[in-house]
Write a protein that binds this ligand. Structure first.
Ligand SMILES: [Zn+2]
Length: 418
């Protein structure tokens, strides 16, 4: 039976009719309706209108009243690293005592530390850990995540990580969009033979990932102590030839030219961009690459500077927001927290931050119009917030105001007592 979900509160539908990633002025319009209703069939929004009109048109539908609360699309997190084994609270404390991230990585910590631990886990253990972590995304209002591999750094462990993502996606309400990130670090056994590891990525891992259809996109950590621009171009070029979309961890610490490479390759997104050049920003805008801002990471790493989010908005780019959820540099799943940081650091309005964490985030993972909007044809993914208006969402922080979460037309989270 079709279902109607209706409410009298403010609905930020993001249904504004503007196609493609949205710039600063387009993001100001969150598609507000003062009271709204959606008709859902098979998990998809098939019609929307005012509550009275929709109920009169479909009198046989099952109806659910969402009251006077704020309603938004389910949030979309376009950059996460959720497949890992163990946590790194010891490194957090080391960094706070004055050791820097690059020095810890060079000494065998960081990503290589996580890789050693992940390789000791079976695929079933990876699945169990990942499944447990997914509940936390839903509880914080996120209904779709991009999920990267990248802590295996060997053919078997990378494939196991991607298979774990596929298995959890199949039976958990959260949607996981898989990205292959074998080029996350040079593993211990290839420290003296980086060309050997790049050959392994290009000649063995990528073809296997493509053959099993395990990833929609390929990502590379393009950074001074990891992969150069030329190496990134070779790896991503191979991925594109195999039919994958491409993404980059670009210019996080130094301005290497990762943003320019993202533009050259027509990447879906370039992420981090703390040290991006003005030239890189302009090239990205011309090529329609979505910059993904990860303000929780720069805060958590205590970086002296942050990505130029305000400048991106002023220069006509269309940024998305993500948590960067990972065990080292950003152990949070909270997009509402990231939205608060984005308002504080980049001067975003609440509507712009919401649009960056829904519509633009969906564009950054190849899901435009399918998630991150309450438009007809989108998945029936929404969040009911214990908040009276959208401005309250980034204004309140450090606690959750998620009341209920609907995924594909089914309730998948309800806060106790809500
Ligand atoms: Zn990342």
């Amino acid at each position: 039976m079709p279902k109607i979900f209706h409410g009298n509160g403010p609905w930020a539908t993001l249904d504004t009719g503007i196609a493609g990633p949205r710039d600063a002025s387009a993001l100001l319009d969150a598609g507000f309706r003062d009271g709204w209703a959606i008709l859902v069939e098979d998990g998809i929004i098939v019609e929307s209108d005012t509550p009275d009109v929709l109920r009169a048109r479909h009198p046989d539908s099952e109806t659910t009243d969402l009251g006077d609360s704020l309603v938004t699309p389910g949030l979309v997190d376009p950059h996460t690293h959720p497949v890992f084994t163990g946590t790194r609270e010891d490194e957090f404390e080391m960094r706070n005592q004055g050791h820097d991230y690059v020095a810890i990585a060079k000494a065998g910590g960081g990503i290589r530390n996580s890789a050693r631990r992940l390789r000791a886990s079976s695929e079933d253990e990876l699945v169990a850990d990942l499944r447990a972590r997914c509940d936390g995304f839903l509880a914080l209002g996120t209904t779709t995540i991009e999920a990267k591999s990248g802590y295996g750094l060997s053919t078997e462990s990378e494939l196991a990580s991607l298979r774990a993502i596929r298995r959890v996606d199949a039976d958990h309400p959260l949607d996981l969009v898989p990205t292959f990130l074998g080029a996350h670090e040079i593993p211990d056994e290839y420290r003296e033979d980086r060309e050997g590891y790049i050959a392994l990525l290009i000649d063995e891992m990528l073809p296997r990932v493509a053959e099993e259809n395990l990833a929609e996109a390929c990502d590379v950590f393009c950074e001074e102590h990891v992969f150069t621009v030329d190496e990134s171009r070779r790896i991503l070029g191979r991925a594109r030839a195999l039919g994958m979309k491409v993404k980059l961890h670009a210019d996080e610490i130094r301005p290497l030219g990762g943003a320019e490479l993202a533009a050259e390759l027509g990447a879906l997104s370039a992420d981090h961009l703390v040290a991006v050049s003005d030239e890189g920003l302009d090239r990205m805008r011309e090529s329609g690459v979505v910059p993904i801002l990860l303000p929780a990471t720069s805060l958590y790493l205590n970086l002296a500077s942050d990505a130029p989010g305000k400048k991106m908005l002023d220069r006509g780019l269309a940024p998305a927001l993500a948590t960067d959820f990972n065990p080292g540099s950003s152990p949070t799943r909270s997009l509402p927290l990231v939205m608060t940081f984005a308002c504080l650091k980049y001067g975003m309005t609440a509507a712009q931050a919401l649009g960056a964490a829904t519509w633009n985030a969906a564009c950054a993972i190849g899901r435009e119009g399918k998630v991150g909007t309450l438009a007809d044809g989108a998945l029936a993914d929404l969040v009911v917030w214990d908040l009276p208006n959208l401005r309250s969402l980034p204004y309140r922080f450090g606690e959750s105001f998620v009341s209920r979460v609907l995924k594909r037309g089914e309730w998948c989270f309800e806060r106790a007592g809500a």
